[in-house]
Each structure stands twice: as structure tokens, then as C-alpha cells.
Design a protein around this ligand. Structure first.
Ligand code: AMP
Length: 115
């Protein structure tokens, strides 16, 4: 999609600090990290979110790269959290499917009761 910032990162049209990449997947540092390790993992092809008829093989490939990101970033042993914010109530702000990989410190975020 021409106006999608993550499509532009996937196409190397705008800069990003790339953690890993292959023909279908790219992972890069979040520009506004919420923890010492904060990487975004995306398919290069545009899908709005995890519910956007993403081919199962591609979803599997995306999630299979989480462990590699964790290894590269040195959080495989200490642990991490993966998050895929989805839609308005999920507070998704960039509407190109992405998985946050967060670690390097204890997670401050706790699930609480709904408002
Ligand atoms: P979400 O709220 O789940 O849609 O998360 C979108 C994430 O994209 C946020 O954590 C932003 O900091 C991050 N982000 C937005 N623009 C860029 C960019 N150009 N490079 C890297 N990360 C970005």
C-alpha cells in the first residue's frame, strides 16, 4: 500500500534499523521503544492485522521468526513478550500487521479490569 509506513520500510524506501530480513519477513527496531528490546516483526506483504485473511503459512513463518529475533537481541533466556495490537480497541496505530517483541527488563504492563 502506497501510504503505509511499514510497506515503505519493507521496500527499503524509508530507513529502519533492521534486525533480520528474508524474502517475506522483516524485523526492525521500534522507533519509540517501550523496553530496552523492542522489535517489530512484519510480513513484507501488506495485511491490516492478524484477522485480515493472512495465509496461515505466512502467519506461521512470521511467528517462527520471533525466537530468532529474541536470540539476536539477547533475550532468549531472560524472556520477552509478544503483542499484536489489533484494531481500535486493541490500540493498533499502524495498520500493517506487526508483532511487537518486547524484553530486556521486567514488563511493566499488567492486564487489569476493563474500564
Ligand atoms: P501499534 O500501536 O501496535 O500499531 O504499534 C505501532 C508501532 O510502530 C509503535 O510502537 C511505533 O513506535 C512504531 N513505529 C511507527 N513508525 C515507525 C517507524 N518509522 N519505524 C519504526 N517503528 C515505528
Amino acid at each position: 500500500m502506497s501510504d503505509c509506513i511499514f510497506c515503505k520500510i519493507a521496500a527499503h524506501e524509508i530507513p529502519a534499523s533492521i534486525v533480520l530480513e528474508d524474502d517475506e519477513i522483516i524485523a526492525f527496531e521500534d522507533v519509540n521503544p517501550q523496553l530496552p528490546v523492542h522489535v517489530l516483526l512484519i510480513p513484507k506483504e501488506h495485511y491490516a492485522n492478524v484477522g485480515d485473511a493472512v495465509p496461515p503459512e505466512l502467519l506461521g513463518k512470521l511467528f517462527s521468526k520471533v525466537g530468532e529475533v529474541a536470540r539476536i537481541k539477547g533475550v532468549e533466556e531472560s524472556g520477552y513478550r509478544i503483542i499484536a495490537n489489533t484494531g481500535e480497541d486493541g490500540r493498533q496505530t499502524v495498520h500493517h500487521l506487526h508483532v511487537h517483541v518486547l524484553g530486556g527488563a521486567q514488563m511493566p504492563i499488567r492486564m487489569g479490569p476493563a474500564d
